[in-house]
Design a protein around this ligand. Structure first.
Ligand code: C2E
Ligand code: MG
Ligand code: MG
Length: 766
């Protein structure tokens, strides 16, 4: 590794110091005792040589990007050319004695080439602008700045030299001209470097050498030949120091933050060009026929002004474009904030806004539309199909609303249509029902919708109207879905009661108000108790024992069924283990709590069952879980849970069999052990009136179920048996096990214990 450029900075600094000192002493002593004046010409070649070495050390010490390496290489060459050129000048100075020498032509060529190389290097430095448009714009700015800068240099520096009574030699003039061009060019360039392979601050130091050249020009103009010596001893050596400092800066360069070019520079250039113009105006010797240099200044000012006008035009067009883009993006943002991204319909916020406006102007009618069982589509067919269905339905809804209504998507599968009069709303509702009578979406799905319609007079609060429509929609769902209902007062009460019930349930669960009762499952031939179904009751402090039909739906909706079901399961297992210990394995075979679909979706369900069995010591085969068909039909995840339970040894019963979408494939895919024939097929089964279609159908179903179960090796239980005739008929049909008020009503654990004890006594006596 080469010595760091720091050493060169110090050396160059010393040369500048010595040069300055020598010049001061030379002036102080009036030129005597300072040796020949040629000594003053030595500082410049030495300083430039050191500058070149500093750049060389930098190139060796630091890995530079290709563009950076090229720049520094050219600058190094420039330093050596300068050093050689000024050495020739120094040699002439020594040769010709006290007379100050003219720049020898060879020296001028060397120095001129050096300046050209440096200019080329500066031009090549990338400014970090990528697009053609930006580049063009920047060129315009740079032209303005360059022209402004050059005009000032020309008017106050070069033109007086050219017009001096004793004109300068061509070689000296060319060198100075080039140096000034370099100064103007590099200063403009450096103002636009945004960061890149050449460090901005290093570049700034290098560009400052141009100012040194300008200073030499100024000194020469002001001092004539007297100004040349300080230029050689002080100003020019400073160039070597600046280059050494630049190299050092580049070596320490870190990734400087990017910044945009100087936007004020063109305006500064206009101001700068005004100074020579004013000078020309007020000093008539520059103006007048034949004074071309004055005209040149005015011409430059005209060109600068034209370029600035052009720049303003470009900026104006750009501003217009930005304004257009901003307006477009504002419109896009507003659209995004007020529309649903999936269907493109208005969202809830926009719908409310429109409703508010509508109610401010007159009567308004809202139709709330909800897809029935949309969750099942999502669960069973996937979200992509669900999304496609929503989009297709949105389209159908817009067609149905037509000119009469504005459609919005309020949430998941909930849509709304805003119309004027109730009659218009009813027409739209009818058209929606007609549209959903046919399959929609590319997946040809048949969807049903429930809709609630509510109207309000001007001045009504929008949220009130929405609440009414919501109550009507829930009433429609209650009435069996796939229809629409107009709001009538009092309709919101069930919904409110449901909401109250949810809160009540939570409190009851915490207060331990739930009990489990047991209904015996009995052998039909001998009346022996074989097992029991566990049914939950709510011992309400005011309402007494509440039936599950009144709170299970609310518990399912609120998710409270999960902790409630967990409690029933544990309590049942505990009680069954107690019976098992008391009456032995033969006396009592199984207990059967009910499980709802929400529980099957609970990720902890299998673990809960396993823990309940382990903690109570009940063998798994003595536990039956009763599930409804609709619960079992809820997709792969549920099926996996059921197989896990089956593998654990727990038995599964299909409850209310025959009421749902019973299918043979269901019995095959689902690991059921027991089928419970629904009460609706037992009701009236004993009535024997051949030809009565209802009785015939019931018997046919009951017979088919038992035969199917036998064929598949499943046990059967007939539910809801209310008299002995039903028992007899079921026995004849092939049933052996049943459950019903006739065989035993649901009762406390103690009731069943008494019955089991009674059952054991005759057996023991026998
Ligand atoms: P389910 O599972 O079909 O239970 C049988 C229902 O029929 C019970 O009503 C029972 O009292 C009634 N029942 C039994 N024999 C007769 C009869 O001969 N005649 C008449 N009319 N009814 C009879 P319950 O206890 O009101 O339960 C209703 C439903 O609530 C149950 O139907 C079950 O689906 C659900 N359920 C009860 N307890 C729970 C529970 O702990 N968890 C869950 N998820 N659901 C439960
Ligand atoms: Mg049941
Ligand atoms: Mg049942």
């Amino acid at each position: 590794m080469t010595a760091p450029p720091r050493r060169f900075v110090i050396s160059a600094g010393i040369v500048v110091l010595l040069g300055t000192l020598w010049y001061l002493l030379w002036v102080a002593t009036g030129g005597s005792h300072m040796g020949p004046v040629a000594i003053g010409y030595l500082f410049m070649p030495v300083a430039m040589g050191i500058g070149g070495l500093a750049v060389r050390a930098l190139r060796r010490a630091v890995p530079l990007a290709p563009a950076g390496r090229r720049f520094w290489l050219l600058l190094e060459a420039c330093c050596y050319l300068f050093s050689s050129g000024f050495t020739l000048l120094a040699v002439d100075a020594f040769r010709f004695g006290p007379e100050l020498p003219d720049m020898p032509p060879a020296g001028a060529v060397l120095i001129g080439s050096g300046v050209l190389l440096a200019m080329w290097g500066v031009i090549q430095v990338p400014v970090g602008v990528t697009t053609w448009y930006e580049r063009g714009k920047q060129w315009l700015d740079r032209m303005i700045a360059l022209l402004g800068c050059s005009t000032v240099l020309w008017h106050f520096g070069i033109s007086p030299m050219v017009l001096a009574p004793e004109p300068w030699t061509t070689s000296a003039l060319s060198v100075l001209l080039l140096a000034c061009a370099f100064a103007a060019g590099s200063i403009t360039k450096v103002s636009y470097i945004a960061g890149g392979p050449v460090d901005r601050r290093a570049m700034r130091l290098v560009a400052t050498t141009g100012l040194a050249a300008a200073a030499v020009a100024l000194l020469s103009v002001l001092g004539g030949y007297d100004g040349i010596l300080p230029g050689q001893t002080v100003c020019m050596p400073v160039c070597g120091l600046l280059i050494a400092l630049g190299a050092r800066r580049q070596q320490a360069a870190t990734d400087a933050p990017k910044r945009s070019g100087n936007i004020w520079l063109p305006y500064l250039a206009v101001l700068a060009v005004d100074v020579p113009v004013a000078d020309v105006l007020f000093r008539s010797e520059h103006w007048g026929p034949g004074r071309w240099e004055g005209r040149l200044v005015v011409l430059a000012a005209v060109v600068v002004t034209a370029l600035v006008a052009l720049r303003q035009f470009v900026v104006f067009r750009e501003n217009m474009r930005l304004l257009r883009e901003r307006k477009a993006s504002e419109a896009r943002l507003r659209h995004e904030a007020t529309h649903d991204p999936l269907t493109g319909l208005a969202n809830r916020a926009l719908f409310k806004e429109r409703l508010e406006t509508a109610l401010g102007e007159g009567e308004a009618t809202v139709l709330l539309v909800d897809l029935d069982d949309f969750k099942t589509v999502n669960d069973s067919l996937g979200h992509d199909v669900g999304d496609a269905l929503l989009v297709a339905f949105a389209g159908a809804l817009c067609d149905a609303a037509g000119e009469d209504g504005e459609v919005a998507r309020l949430a998941g599968d909930e849509f709304a249509v805003l119309t004027g009069t109730p009659e218009a709303g009813e027409c739209v509702a009818e058209r929606i029902m007609a549209a959903t009578a046919l399959p929609i979406s590319t997946h040809r799905l048949l969807v049903h919708v429930s809709a609630g319609l509510a109207s309000a007079l001007p001045g009504t609060v929008p949220s009130q109207l929405l609440r009414d429509a919501d109550a009507a929609m829930h009433a429609a769902k209650q009435r069996g879905k796939a229809n629409w209902v107009r709001y009538a007062s009092g309709m919101e009460q069930p919904a409110q009661a449901h909401a109250r019930l949810g809160g009540d349930l939570r409190r009851a669960l915490d207060a331990g108000e739930f009990r489990v009762v047991y209904q015996p499952i009995v052998g039909l031939a001998d009346g022996r108790v074989l097992g029991a179904e566990a049914l939950v009751r709510w011992a309400h402090p005011e309402r007494g024992l509440v039936s599950p039909a009144d709170f299970i739906p609310a518990a399912e909706r609120t998710g409270l069924i999960v902790p409630l079901g967990r409690y029933v399961l544990r309590e049942t297992c505990r009680q069954a283990a107690e019976w098992l210990a008391e009456f032995g394995p033969d006396a009592f075979s199984k207990v059967a709590p009910n499980v709802s679909v929400r529980q099957l979706h609970d990720p902890d369900f299998v673990a809960d069952v396993r823990a309940a069995l382990a903690d109570t010591g009940l063998p798994p085969e003595r536990l039956v879980l009763e599930l409804t068909e609709s619960a079992v039909l809820r997709g792969q995840q549920v099926l996996r849970v059921l197989h896990e339970l089956h593998d654990m040894g727990v038995r599964l019963a299909l409850d209310d069999f025959g009421t749902g979408e019973s299918s043979l494939s269901l019995l095959r895919s689902f690991p059921a052990a027991i089928v419970k024939l629904d009460k609706s097929f037992v009701d009236g089964i004993e009535i024997d009136e051949p030809g009565t279609p209802a009785a015939d159908a019931r018997q046919a179903v009951a017979r088919a179920v038992v035969q199917l179960a036998d064929a598949l090796g499943l046990d059967t239980v007939a539910e809801g048996i209310e008299n002995q005739e039903q028992v007899d008929r079921l026995l004849r049909l092939g049933y052996t096990v049943g459950q019903g008020y006739h065989l035993g009503r649901p009762g406390s654990a103690a009731d069943l214990t008494a019955r089991l004890a009674a059952q054991r006594a005759p057996a023991a006596a026998a």
